[in-house]
Design a protein around this ligand. Structure first.
Ligand SMILES: Cc1cc2nc3c(=O)[nH]c(=O)nc-3n(C[C@H](O)[C@H](O)[C@H](O)COP(=O)(O)O)c2cc1C
Length: 169
């Protein structure tokens, strides 16, 4: 799968089959995060891999917008410093991890608005760090990824030279 195909077909996956993701694929996903570029190359990120079913269950309970974490093969907590660079660097790493996972047939999604305090306690995350997101990963339960995305057309978001002038070619 080339990069554009991976990006074009990547969709949020919220249902997973009960099948483990091989360790080499997990390592590849983590490497994708680790190899991402960051501001001043600070690499101020940590990735906590959660695979124990009881911990996944607990994460699901601590994520009102992502209870399906409980059904995932694994989840990765992305831990960054508070502040804009934490958000930006962490989000870039997340996207790279998702794309590399997708290339291996593994779906994922960004789960936000989690109960950070309880998750920090559960995963032993230092108090001065931020839980940016919990990403569940797993093989998709449904056949998706055929590239049907609900997105604004290019003409609505791309401008030529000046804002408001449509980009046509
Ligand atoms: C910053 C951010 C926060 C998100 N939070 C959640 C969330 O809490 N729960 C969830 O199920 N999906 C969440 N998503 C996934 C979005 O709903 C999803 O990317 C969007 O609807 C596009 O989905 P699609 O690529 O399948 O079309 C989040 C995505 C982003 C980028």
């Amino acid at each position: 799968m080339d990069v554009f195909d991976a990006m074009k077909t990547l969709l949020a996956v919220r249902e997973y089959v009960q099948q483990p993701v091989p360790t080499d694929v997990v390592r590849r996903i983590l490497d994708a995060g680790r190899l991402t570029g960051s501001a001043m190359n600070r690499q101020h990120w940590d990735f906590v891999v959660v695979r124990q079913p009881e911990n996944l269950q607990q994460l699901g309970q601590l994520a009102p917008h992502g209870p399906y974490i409980a059904q995932a093969a694994l989840a990765i907590a992305v831990v960054v410093p508070e502040g804009p660079l934490g958000y930006i660097d962490g989000a870039r790493a997340v996207q790279d991890m998702m794309l590399v996972a997708w290339e291996a047939g593994v779906g994922s999604n960004w789960v936000g608005n989690v109960n950070s305090a309880a998750i920090k306690e559960l995963l032993n995350i230092p108090q001065d760090r931020m839980v940016l997101t919990i990403i569940p990963f797993g093989y998709p339960a449904k056949s998706i990824g055929i590239g049907i995305k609900k997105r604004k057309p290019l003409g609505e978001v791309a401008h030529a030279e000046k804002f408001g002038q449509p980009f046509s070619s």
